[in-house]
Ligand binder design. Structure first.
Ligand SMILES: Nc1nc2c(ncn2[C@@H]2O[C@H](COP(=O)(O)OP(=O)(O)O)[C@@H](O)[C@H]2O)c(=O)[nH]1
Ligand SMILES: [Mg+2]
Length: 279
């Protein structure tokens, strides 16, 4: 994983590479420019100043600590359910495909096209499904997304498929409509699995930096999320926002999207990640 991160995260790595022998003031600039935010930057800086130790080592330790939120674990009998939600364009469908591809290494996978609002959303996911070689359950535009998810879970249960990846819509007529639809999908999932989706993930466009937190709150207040996927991490100068995003929302980062290809995803490990930044 480190190797892949290393080659893909050139932007943010360049910024952090200057930290090695830098003064606290320079480190402060680097963190603020990477969109770590005032609150976490000053907390980190206080630690650096207090310890008078190797600044880079302190910074690394602090970043690892701030990124080590407990992750959900997949439990119980299959099908294991991964649902992705988020605003339009944040990378849900691409991420659903990447996850489907990733989980084929662990078992059988079925994708559910729960975006019945956007034109051609099913076709987009279907193209990925064919490329990856996994089954897909979808419907026509305008049909009930919760019904699609129900069909997918019924199929997965009867065919003993191990992983179901649920893509969802990012935009309906209003925010309330969108949340009601997501809640309805959740009610269907709970019929199959009391605890809800094993991974209930929000996709966050990391090029927006901290600005994405406000948008994300609408989702955290509507449905019971348990993790984040930061997408477009390959193209962001604001990658430091991973710290405020995860901590303000109190959600662990499970994956990073690092490109448009189906393999461009890495499981997030705080230590690997921080070490890759400073390599
Ligand atoms: N560079 C880059 N582009 C991404 C990544 N994830 C998604 N995209 C692009 O973002 C755009 C929107 O993605 P899509 O999955 O359709 O978003 P959705 O509306 O949330 O389903 C597409 O052009 C994707 O190729 C990523 O990790 N890196
Ligand atoms: Mg989509």
């Amino acid at each position: 994983m480190i190797g892949k991160l290393f080659t893909k995260l050139t932007g943010i790595r360049e910024a952090f590479s200057t930290v090695k022998k830098a003064s606290p003031e320079t480190i402060e600039d680097v963190l603020l420019q990477a969109d770590v935010g005032v609150r976490y930057t000053s907390a980190i800086l206080q630690k650096i100043l207090k310890q008078k130790d190797d600044a880079q080592a302190v910074l690394k330790d602090e970043m690892i600590r701030l990124l080590s939120l407990p992750k959900p674990v997949m439990a119980g009998p299959p099908p294991h359910i991964i649902m992705v939600s988020g605003v339009n364009g944040s990378g849900k469908t691409t991420t659903a495909a990447k996850l489907a591809n990733l989980y084929t290494q662990r078992g059988t996978v079925l994708m559910a096209s729960g975006d019945t609002y956007r034109d051609a959303a099913y076709e987009q996911l279907g193209t990925w499904a064919r490329r990856i070689g996994v089954e897909i359950v979808g419907s026509q535009k305008g049909q009930d997304a919760a019904a699609v998810v129900f069909d997918a879970l019924a199929k997965a249960t009867s065919k003993k498929i191990e992983y179901v990846i649920v893509d969802t819509a990012g935009r309906l007529h209003t925010r309330t409509d969108l949340m009601e639809e997501l809640k309805k999908i959740m009610r269907v999932i709970v019929k199959f699995k009391d605890e809800g989706p094993d991974y209930n993930l929000l996709t966050v466009d990391s090029t927006l930096g901290q600005n994405s937190i406000q948008q994300a709150r609408i989702f955290t207040e509507g449905i019971d999320l348990n993790g984040l996927i930061l997408t477009k991490y390959d193209g962001t100068a604001k990658g430091g926002a991973i710290i405020p995003i995860s901590n303000e929302l109190r959600l662990p980062v499970l994956y990073l999207g690092i490109g448009e290809g189906v393999d461009d995803i890495v499981e997030f490990d705080p230590e690997d990640f921080v070490h890759a930044l400073f390599e």
